[in-house]
Design a protein around this ligand. Structure first.
Ligand code: 13P
Length: 261
């Protein structure tokens, strides 16, 4: 059973294009996503490379599809070569931003402390942050999953006023499921999501936890999305590979769930 009803939580289906696509391809994909997801029951977003933000913003202007960045730096401006601020993301048309993705953690040294600072900057700029957490295969196999999720969530959410937090979205992305074709089973995902929701309640109360959208990410496809979304604590998906093709991403965004399990 869910901690609390999901009726208050509008699902979010977000594509993470990662470091893929040139400008012309980005425009084509954004147009196809815009036109293919008008009937989606979810909020739909695409998180694109920095270089494509403005052109994709132009395509999505006035539409139901939101635009996100894949990372940000917490300072407003200054001598930070290669970094992009929250204000710059907003200026380019973004409304959402991914924070603490496992690829940032594993390949670029992002820490929980960095995720916390990025979250503060994102919220201050009124961006909707998608904070990623998730265990590696080793951690799962050595029964560390809950400890890792607890640490990453508490680290990212540390030190906020509860009133600031409602826009926050969490994405549970088990590292072993990202780009591997090995999706978490609906039961594995539900178990982790319920755990995260309970941790959120411990940190900031049941009201916050009940409204917190928790997305699943890791080899989500057009074929498995319906079963995942039928789980009571799954409030959407963060989609990598399958977001790069309009038919699969549109089918994911147009997921079909008759009733939550
Ligand atoms: P895949 O959907 O390719 O497994 O990637 C998931 C992901 O990392 C989304 O942020």
């Amino acid at each position: 059973m869910s901690l609390m009803t999901s009726a208050v939580r509008k699902p979010l289906i977000a594509g993470n294009w990662k470091m893929h696509l040139g400008l012309a391809q980005s425009v084509d994909l954004a147009k196809a996503v815009r036109d293919g997801t008008t009937g989606s029951p979810a909020e739909v977003a695409v998180c694109v490379p920095f270089t494509a933000l403005s052109v994709v913003a132009e395509v999505l202007k006035g539409s139901h599809v939101r635009l996100g960045g894949q990372d940000l730096y917490w300072e407003a401006q200054g001598a930070f070569t290669g970094e992009v601020s929250a204000g710059q993301l907003c200026d380019a048309g973004a409304t959402h931003v991914i924070i603490g993705h496992s690829e940032r953690r594993r390949l670029f040294g992002d820490t929980d402390e960095a995720a916390n600072k990025k979250l503060k900057a994102a919220l201050a700029a009124k961006l909707i942050p998608i904070v990623c957490v998730g265990e590696t295969l080793d951690e799962r196999q050595s029964n560390q999953t809950f400890r890792v999720l607890e640490t990453q969530l508490a680290g990212a959410l540390k030190g906020f006023a509860p009133a600031d937090l409602p826009p926050v979205v969490v994405a549970y992305e088990p590292v072993w499921a990202i780009g591997t074709g090995v999706t978490a089973t609906p039961a594995q995902a539900q178990e982790a999501h319920l755990f995260l929701r309970k941790q959120a309640a411990k940190l900031y109360g049941e009201g916050f936890a009940a409204g917190l959208r928790i997305l699943y990410g890791g080899s989500v496809t057009a074929e498995n999305v319906d079963n995942l979304m039928a789980q009571p604590d799954l409030d959407g998906a963060l989609v990598g590979g399958a977001s790069l093709k309009a038919p699969s991403f549109s089918r994911i965004a147009n997921f079909q769930v008759t009733a939550k399990a």
